[in-house]
Write a protein that binds this ligand. Structure first.
Ligand code: CTP
Length: 413
């Protein structure tokens, strides 16, 4: 997908610049060519020689270099690319972009380009959360600049929080999305007012269901509830009023929200309907599709007449029921598709069949270790297209998904 694409990478002056070296390598490995412009500050962090060796091209850094202008003018340089990527995008560079300054080669290229620009911010969390940076980010988003990250994490300065540049593979995924013409890139955390979902109500189903056979036996599945619980926790962190409807799991109830414990699919549906109305409904539970037609009230004895066949009937589809509601349908209905083959194809089919707005699809083949594991690789499938996220922790999937849903909800209102 990146083969033959031309990327103009602007490296800003931050400690995360070392990751840009890997980014160049990752982009080139996928067949893209990378031309690099560095700010003066960037040269304090990585040398133009390392950058030139990895990009296989000269590094552009002077606005008034007559040799460069003779070979390729800065206007041409800014346009002779399919996409402009800024990584790391420092607070200073974002501010200059937001103001339309053109006081060095990097900012001039960013102002002169007629191509889409994707930025990967990286800075201290106080700088990221500062009202000035937030204003600049909001302005840049209005101007159509795309963002990837930043993510939460330990910072070089010893603090912890949002501001860390996305990993090179996350940036590569965002580059692919941007080149595909998709606009749905994750909204950076600090760009939203804290509590981006405050005043909103979110319902999440999570975990497996247990469908009784008799008082001691049941039909279940391998879902741990980790992904659904992480989403519910992220929604609560974002300020939403959250009801988590959980099947039987071995993990703790997340803090700051209401957890309703259920066992069967029928109980889960009843609890979901009771929890309505809501702005967002997320069906992350691995609901049993079938239940035993007549669960016995007495334990089935080995010595007694043993049923050789368990007759089964279909469970209600909770996601489809909520999604197809005529009155009181939540503004956004999100489903999950756990597949072992043709992941995207099946998810697209499910999106249409269940009438939801977005499907989070993942490959649950045993070798991927998703069921019961702590990380996940997901694809967001909407009627507009597919966006694939790199492997990340289930908590990060939860946060990113909630950020995305908050943005979509905002656009609706
Ligand atoms: N789901 C639900 N109620 C059900 C079955 C599924 O709410 N009775 C929801 C799940 O929470 C998930 C989505 O539907 O969000 C996809 O579930 P899945 O079991 O993968 O899809 P099915 O429709 O059962 O299709 P299949 O089993 O053929 O893959």
């Amino acid at each position: 997908m990146l083969a033959g694409k031309r990327i103009l990478l602007v490296i800003g002056g931050g400690i995360a610049a070392y990751k840009s070296l890997d980014l160049i390598r990752r982009l080139r490995e996928r067949g893209a060519s990378v031309r690099v412009a560095m700010t003066n500050a960037a040269k304090q962090f990585v040398t133009p020689l390392s950058v030139a060796s990895l990009s296989g091209d000269k590094v552009y850094d002077e606005l008034f270099s007559l040799t460069d202008e003779a070979e390729m003018g800065h206007i041409e340089l800014s346009r002779d690319a399919d996409l402009v990527v800024v990584a790391p995008a420092t607070a200073n560079l974002l501010a200059r972009m937001a103001q339309g300054l053109a006081d060095d080669l990097a900012s001039t290229l960013l102002l002169a380009t007629d191509k889409r620009t994707l930025v990967a911010p990286a800075m201290n969390l106080r700088m990221w959360l500062h009202p000035a940076t937030r204003r600049n980010v909001e302005q840049l988003q209005r101007d159509g600049i795309l963002f990837v990250g930043p993510s939460d994490g330990a910072m070089a300065c010893g603090e912890f929080g949002p501001g860390r540049m996305s990993e090179p593979l996350e940036i590569v995924a965002a580059v692919e999305t941007a080149l595909a013409g998709e606009t749905l890139l994750p909204l950076p955390k600090g760009a939203m007012t804290s509590g981006s979902l405050s005043g909103r109500r979110v319902i999440v189903t999570s975990g497996p269901t247990h469908e009784p056979i008799d008082p001691v036996r049941y039909i279940a599945n391998r879902s741990s509830g980790r992904q659904g619980h992480a989403i519910a926790a992220a929604a609560a962190e974002a300020g939403a009023d959250v009801v988590l409807i959980s099947g039987p799991v071995e993990i703790a109830d997340p803090k700051g929200l209401t957890t309703v414990h259920v066992e069967t699919a029928e109980q889960m549906l009843a609890a979901a309907e009771k929890a309505l109305p809501a702005d967002i409904f997320i069906a992350a539970a691995a609901v049993a599709d079938w239940r035993v037609a007549e669960a016995r009230s007495e334990k089935i004895k080995k010595s007694g007449p043993t049923p050789t066949v368990l007759s089964m009937i279909e469970n209600p589809d909770i996601l489809a029921t909520i999604s197809m509601r005529k009155a009181g349908r939540p503004g956004l209905v999100v489903g999950f598709a756990a597949e072992t083959e043709k992941v995207i194809g099946h998810a697209q089919e499910k999106l249409a069949r269940k009438g939801c707005d977005l499907i989070v699809a993942n490959d649950v083949s045993p070798e991927k270790g998703v069921m019961g594991g702590t990380s996940n690789t997901v694809h967001l499938v909407t009627p507009r297209g597919v966006e694939s996220w790199p492997e990340m922790s289930k908590s990060d999937v939860g946060r990113k998904l909630i950020e995305r849903l908050a943005t979509l909800l905002e656009r609706q209102s």
